[in-house]
Design a protein around this ligand. Structure first.
Ligand SMILES: C[S@@+](CC[C@H](N)C(=O)[O-])C[C@H]1O[C@@H](n2cnc3c(N)ncnc32)[C@H](O)[C@@H]1O
Length: 263
């Protein structure tokens, strides 16, 4: 039985419309995922991105991965995100980068994509689907909008080991995650929704090292900025968050998974 918490899309919007969005960018960078642009390149190479392909980035946030993919690989990207602040910043930064002919952003929900069937060569996601309340529905939507033969490529925060509910609960609580899929769980979802599974990688070791960096950043480099701009409560919240996630990642209870499937 999957352990679930009662977080909805409104909770996620509150995080990313508020200081949470700024904090995550300060800690992880404009590409809000562990491993930064290198992780984006690794996924792009694995899925075989080629000039002219059309990519759907589900949960596109600030649009930094979309800009990276458009400028480096010559693809066009349609990003979908549910949070207005993220969409505004993504559009502004894309205009500044003069990439608006290659990238469009849509306000929408990952579980009900605003696109026709058979539209995309690649459906893409980096470390955001953990916020989605029904990942089966998300995978079905991804398949619907992919062209026949198109590929889904994503990374996500996942459960990678045995973790009791009392340890999982505070992890989900700090992140506003309704639940996390497991490494096996995502592979099952892909297969049961008709994808051919091409690759599934447990990248927890790399992910745990990223948390060492985030722990350091929050407690040293960013500490004065967080305290000055957001106050002690947010600093204490961020400090607890990185501490418990770093520990659980090093214990290989939670981590990052990379998945590639084909329609
Ligand atoms: C960690 S950030 C995404 C990072 C982004 N993929 C990147 O690599 O830069 C999470 C984003 O997911 C979006 N999000 C979460 N749940 C969503 C949903 N159900 N539908 C659309 N967007 C969602 C949030 O608004 C937020 O911008």
């Amino acid at each position: 039985m999957t352990y679930m918490k009662d977080f909805t899309i409104k909770d996620v919007q509150d995080v990313y419309d508020g200081p949470g969005g700024l904090l995550w960018e300060a800690v992880m960078g404009e590409q809000i995922h562990s491993g930064g642009p290198e992780a984006t390149d690794a996924l792009a190479q694995k899925v075989g991105l080629k000039k002219g392909m059309i990519v759907c980035d589900i949960c596109s946030a600030l649009g930094a991965p979309a800009r990276h993919l458009a400028s480096k690989y010559g693809v066009t990207v349609k990003g979908v995100d549910a949070t207005k602040t993220m969409l505004e910043k993504a559009r502004q930064r894309t205009k500044e980068a003069k990439l608006e002919d290659f990238i469009e952003y849509y306000e929408g929900n990952a579980m009900d994509l605003p696109f026709k069937k058979d539209t995309f060569d690649v459906v893409w996601g980096q470390e955001a689907w953990c916020y989605v309340t029904d990942k089966n529905r998300l995978i079905q939507e991804a398949r619907r909008v992919l062209k026949p033969g198109g590929k889904i490529a994503f990374t996500d925060w996942i459960i990678t080991g045995d973790i009791p509910e009392k340890e999982l609960d505070p992890l989900l609580e700090t992140m506003a995650f309704p639940y996390m899929e497991s490494f096996q769980g995502y592979q099952g979802l892909l297969k049961q929704n008709g994808f051919k599974l091409i690759e599934a990688l447990d990248q927890t070791e790399e992910y745990a090292k990223c948390f060492d960096e985030y722990y350091e950043k929050v407690h040293v480099d960013l500490k004065p900025t967080i305290l000055d701009n957001f106050g002690k409560d947010l600093f204490d919240f961020a400090s607890n968050l990185v501490t418990i996630w770093q520990k659980a990642a090093h214990e290989h209870k939670v981590g990052r998974g990379l998945f590639i499937g084909q329609k």
